[in-house]
Design a protein around this ligand. Structure first.
Ligand code: UDP
Ligand code: MN
Length: 246
C-alpha cells in the first residue's frame, strides 16, 4: 500500500476563502495519495466548504473547531497578536489518533495553510521522510527564504536562517516540515497550545518528536523552494452583487 499524506488545513470564513480553498484543492488534485483534512473555524460545517471539498473529488475529512472568542484575532489586531489555527490543528491531530492505527496505517502529516502557495514537488519530498523532514519556505519572516542550515561536513542541520529568532529550537515555519504518521500516533500528547509564547508553536510541537541533529533535510539538501508563505490581500468589497457565492 502506498503511504498517505494527511494534509491538515485550518480555514475560516472571509471573502477570499473560496479562492484560497480552490487553489489548495487543485494543488492536491495533482497528489495521488493525499488525504485532505479540512477544519473549519466555525460552529458548524458550512455549505461553501462542504460543496467545495466534495466537488474536489479528493479523499477528504471535514471537521469543525471554533477558535474561542478570547483567542480570536480582532480585525484590527496585528497578526502576531494571537495564535492562529491552534484549535483546528489539534482537532485534526485528534481525528488522526482516533481513526488511524499505529502499525497498520502508514503515512505522513503536513500542515498546509489555506493561504500559502505550493509546488507539487513538495509532496514527492514528503514521501522520502523517515521521521521528520524539513525544507526551505519562501517569503517568510522578513526573509526571501527561511531555511535550515546544514553542516557542510555531516550534511545535518546545525542552525537556521530565519528573520525572527533564529535561535529557536526549531526556527521553522509551519509550512517547512512534515512528520511520519507513526510519530504522531505514538506521541498522543503532542499538540499545539495557546500557552506558548507567540511564534513558538512549531518549536514546541517539533520538540515532541525529534532534535535538530535528527531533522532530515529535503528539497535537495534545503537548496530548493517548493512552498511560499504567501498572504492574500484582504479585498475591499464596496458592493455585493446578489445571487453569487464568490
Ligand atoms: N485560521 C483560522 N482561523 C483564524 C485565522 C486563521 O482557521 O481565525 C487558519 C487560516 O485559514 C490558515 C491558518 O489558520 O490556514 C494560519 O492562519 P494565517 O494564514 O492567517 O496565519 P499566518 O500565515 O499569518 O501565520
Ligand atoms: Mn498564512
Amino acid at each position: 500500500d502506498i503511504p498517505i499524506i494527511y494534509v491538515i488545513t485550518p480555514t475560516y470564513y472571509r471573502y477570499v476563502q473560496k479562492a484560497e480553498l480552490t487553489r489548495i484543492s487543485q494543488t492536491l488534485m495533482l497528489v495521488p495519495n493525499a488525504h485532505w483534512v479540512v477544519i473549519e473555524d466555525s460552529e458548524e460545517r458550512t455549505k461553501l466548504v462542504s460543496n467545495l471539498i466534495s466537488d474536489s473529488g479528493l479523499k477528504t475529512t471535514h471537521l469543525v473547531a471554533k477558535t474561542p472568542p478570547f483567542e480570536k484575532l480582532k480585525a484590527k489586531d496585528p497578526r502576531w497578536k494571537r495564535h492562529r489555527g491552534v484549535e483546528q490543528r489539534n482537532k485534526a491531530l485528534s481525528w488522526l489518533r482516533d481513526n488511524l492505527q499505529l502499525g497498520k496505517d502508514k503515512g505522513f502529516v503536513y500542515f498546509m495553510d489555506d493561504d500559502n502557495a505550493y509546488n507539487v514537488k513538495l509532496f514527492s519530498e514528503i514521501m522520502k521522510i523517515k521521521k521528520v523532514g524539513v525544507w526551505p519556505v519562501g517569503l517568510v519572516g522578513g526573509f526571501n527564504v527561511e531555511t535550515p542550515v546544514l553542516d557542510p561536513g555531516t550534511g545535518k542541520v546545525n542552525g537556521y536562517k530565519s528573520g525572527w529568532k533564529p535561535n529557536r529550537p526549531f526556527a521553522i515555519d509551519m509550512a517547512g516540515f512534515a512528520i511520519n504518521l507513526d510519530l504522531i500516533l505514538e506521541n498522543a500528547k503532542a499538540n499545539f497550545s495557546y500557552k506558548m509564547e507567540k511564534g513558538f508553536q512549531e518549536s514546541q510541537f517539533l520538540s515532541y518528536f525529534t532534535t535538530k541533529e535528527n531533522l532530515e533535510p529535503l528539497a535537495d539538501n534545503c537548496t530548493k523552494v517548493y512552498v511560499w508563505h504567501t498572504r492574500t490581500e484582504k479585498p475591499v468589497v464596496k458592493s455585493e452583487v446578489s445571487g453569487y457565492e464568490v
